[in-house]
Design a protein around this ligand. Structure first.
Ligand code: EPZ
Length: 414
């Protein structure tokens, strides 16, 4: 994508449905015969997920802004060619286990931000008595008719680990306690969906008390609406802190953005909450330097770390960014340095020394959120910036170039 220095972002932008909510919901659609999902984000990852559903035998119909899925399941095997394209493919392990009690999913593998092991996913399954076999890069799982245990505690907080456990439990009759669970809004949106199918789920702190009627007693038809994408919303709010004249971000969920709004205020931007779904933000002359620590929700999201680093490269002072979730999520620092940023990475800490200005240059995206950070930096850098390997961006942002052009910027995808 080519971006030129942008004088200002003026007007309003509406965020799309959340990719990381749509993916578990598409996996959960295996539990029902007929499924409708509104506010569906059309992105590479969600299109890959629809392809997986078709490979499993489902009929998929993609309509403007929504998708419908129906029909039976004729396969439980997800080939490496598609599961390796996106991490969200792992969620179809839980979807298949909940729906039919068996699954063969090629291990999606790691990506740029880390090795991303799945030990917690497998530990849960072994704990409930599933037969788990790792063979030729495939995870083959067969559930017992009844779980061998009625409680499990994750060793660490894992979003898709929690989601896979919930999807699996949806098919197993009876009560179950999940402890040390992830509480991301996308996880809780999946819980709301499963309640529509007939599950009872009580959330107490990081514990989920789940009671399922069993897969044969779940509701057959259900519709749902994807929650707004809090990371896309956060990305535009950072853009507004840099260039807003002002920028109004609509269709978001303010209650999902507490930590992000707090950090923007600390940086000197003054986001105005106009309603529970609308925030207006103006550019701040020079952001104040910050300390940012990524943490599981409701802490500061790791998926917003790169975007904040882009903003802090121009801050008045030295900022510290500590990445506590992934072991290798600072690759955008090297690319930002090509634009003139001063970032020093020491283990899980990045030291960002604010500079007066950035200068456009060709850079390469390394992962989804890094690509967004480079686009933000390109909008404030002098001259022209070309972000290469932009495929990463297309995985998680719907029509970002179009949205930026409509706000008065010169951004062109090629
Ligand atoms: C989800 O990934 C999101 N993806 C990620 O968003 C997000 O960055 C991440 O959660 C953290 O919020 C989807 O929801 C599809 P984790 P996930 O399991 O579930 C370690 C994006 O940009 N871990 O919560 O894979 C893991 O290595 C993507 O949209 C284990 O060690 O993340 C990581 O260090 C990027 N063993 C930490 O836990 C396991 O079995 C958190 O990972 C599982 C995870």
């Amino acid at each position: 994508m080519r971006v030129r220095r942008c004088d200002g972002l003026k007007g309003e932008v509406r965020v799309s449905g959340a990719k990381n909510a749509a993916l578990p919901l598409l996996a959960a659609s295996l539990l029902v015969e007929r499924f409708e999902l509104e506010n569906f984000p059309v992105l590479l990852d969600t299109l890959y997920a629809l392809r997986i559903l078709e490979l499993l035998g489902r009929e998929v119909e993609l309509l403007p802004g929504r998708v419908s899925v129906k029909g039976g399941i004729s396969s439980v095997r997800i080939p490496y060619e598609i599961s390796s394209l996106f991490r969200g493919s792992l969620l179809f392990l839980g979807g298949l286990l909940g729906a039919v009690g068996r699954a063969e999913v090629a291990h999606p593998g790691g990506c740029a931000i880390g090795s991303r092991p799945i030990d917690q996913h497998l530990k849960f399954l072994s704990h409930i008595g599933a037969e788990v076999e790792l063979e030729g890069g495939f995870v083959k799982v067969k559930l017992p008719p009844e779980p061998k245990a009625r409680a499990f505690t994750f060793d660490l907080i894992t979003v898709t680990g929690t989601e896979n456990a919930l999807l699996t439990l949806a098919g197993l009759r009876g009560e179950f306690e999940l402890h040390n669970a992830a509480l991301e809004p996308e996880v809780l949106d999946l819980v709301e969906f499963l309640k529509k199918l007939g599950l009872e789920v009580e959330v107490k702190g990081r514990s989920f008390l789940v009671r399922s009627p069993g897969r044969e007693n779940l509701k057959r038809e259900v519709s749902h609406r994807t929650i707004p994408d809090r990371i896309e919303a956060g990305t535009f709010l950072v853009a507004g802190a840099l260039l807003g004249e002002p920028l109004t971000v609509k269709g978001l969920e303010v209650s999902h953005l507490g930590a992000v709004l707090e950090k923007l205020r600390e940086a000197g931007a003054e986001p105005e909450v106009l309603s529970p779904s609308e925030v207006r933000i103006r550019r701040v002359e020079r952001p104040r330097a910050l300390e940012v620590q990524t943490a599981p929700y409701p802490g500061f999201p790791t998926d917003m770390q790169a975007q904040f680093m882009a903003m802090l490269t121009l801050a008045d002072g030295v900022s510290l960014i500590v990445e506590n979730i992934f072991e290798n999520r600072f690759q955008h620092a090297l690319e930002l340095a090509r634009l003139g940023a001063s970032v020093e990475v020491r283990g899980k800490t990045a030291i960002v020394r604010g500079v007066e200005r950035l200068k456009g240059a060709p850079v390469n995206a390394t992962d989804l959120r890094a690509s967004a950070a480079l686009v933000l930096a390109g909008l404030v850098a002098e001259g022209e910036t070309v972000v290469g390997k932009i495929g990463h961006l297309l995985r998680g942002y719907e029509d970002l170039d179009g949205k930026l052009r409509r706000l008065g910027c010169d951004a062109e995808l090629f």
